[in-house]
Design a binder for this molecule. Structure first.
Ligand SMILES: [Zn+2]
Length: 304
């Protein structure tokens, strides 16, 4: 046992020595605390329903901002009013910035709002809670070990439709951010969105609208880490917070487990979410980032 450990330690030291500066940190096994992420889901669910414009949403973003500040991560709010079928509602995206060695940005996002229901107390442990929680731990990890690219970790408000999903009643936060960044020509180099990734029975299909080479990199990481049973080879199409960025011509990928029977029901509760699923997705994402950075640098170089 001890011998094995020494062997592993030696292997790690040799690996670290043999890699060029900058590549060292990227080859170490990804570290992500699924239990800590699950505790964030628990605290968010305790707030109750968190639909955009509600007191619950204010408490959720206060929680997120407090956690980031405690970790020393720089964070700001982008507040705006959105025209919805229920009138104008105050919303806010939460944006954490983790500077890298260069200024080019990769955005990792997901929504923190829960769907509004007239007749049920919808707490969205998986739908809204899991993405918000995953991103808190991801931001902490990225802050602890900065990378080549600068990262924006973004908690989108108002992903959910107030009534039924249309082009104008959905994705309020991501449409706002992609629109503003497009106008000021400050769009990120790529976007990765996570949604409903806490399901105990984790099965993520390739989202067909996503950029295929980014999916390839992410699925290769899942295979390398031994998670192929959770990252499935079949595909589906889902419009989510990556869509407004794709429409601006930005490469993007969505990780979503849409095979979730409690989806948009009162049964989307804490017991449906596991620390292990959150940890798997966190580790796969962290492992995939160097490959995504490389892919972006290559496509940048290839441009005329
Ligand atoms: Zn939803």
């Amino acid at each position: 046992m001890i011998r094995e450990r020494i062997g592993l330690l030696l292997a790690a030291v040799v690996l670290t020595w043999s890699l060029p500066l900058g590549a060292q940190d990227t080859r170490l096994p990804p570290v992500f605390d699924g239990a800590a992420a699950l505790r964030h889901v628990e605290r968010l669910v305790t707030i109750g329903p968190r639909p955009a414009g509600s007191p619950g949403a204010v408490r959720a973003r206060t929680y997120i901002v407090d956690e980031l500040r405690r970790a020393g991560v720089s964070v700001r709010l982008d507040s705006f009013d959105a025209a919805t079928p229920h009138g104008r509602l105050p919303m806010a995206n939460v944006i954490a910035t983790i500077p890298g060695r260069r200024k080019d940005v990769i955005l990792i996002g997901g929504h923190y709002d829960t769907k509004w229901f007239r007749d049920i107390a919808f707490v969205g442990a998986n739908d809204g809670g899991s993405s918000a929680a995953l991103l808190i731990e991801l931001a902490r990890r990225l802050h602890a070990r900065p990378r080549e690219y600068t990262y924006w970790v973004v908690w989108f408000d108002g992903e959910e439709a107030r009534e039924s999903w249309t082009a104008t009643d959905s994705l309020y936060g991501s449409r706002r951010m992609a629109g503003e960044l497009g106008k000021s020509r400050q769009l990120p180099s790529a976007v990765i969105v996570a949604d409903m990734i806490g399901d105990r029975n984790l099965g993520i299909q390739r989202e067909a609208g996503s950029t295929s080479w980014m999916n390839d990199v992410i699925w290769a990481s899942a295979g390398r880490l031994g998670y192929s049973e959770h990252f499935l080879p079949d595909s589906l199409v889902v419009e989510d917070d990556h869509a407004p960025f794709l429409r601006q011509g930005i490469p993007g990928a969505l990780l979503i487990d849409f095979d979730f029977p409690p989806w948009h029901t009162a049964a989307d509760t804490l017991d449906k979410v596991s620390a292990q699923s959150l940890e798997i997705v966190g580790k796969v994402l962290l492992d995939a980032l160097p490959g995504i950075e490389e892919g972006l640098s290559r496509s940048r170089g290839a441009r005329p």
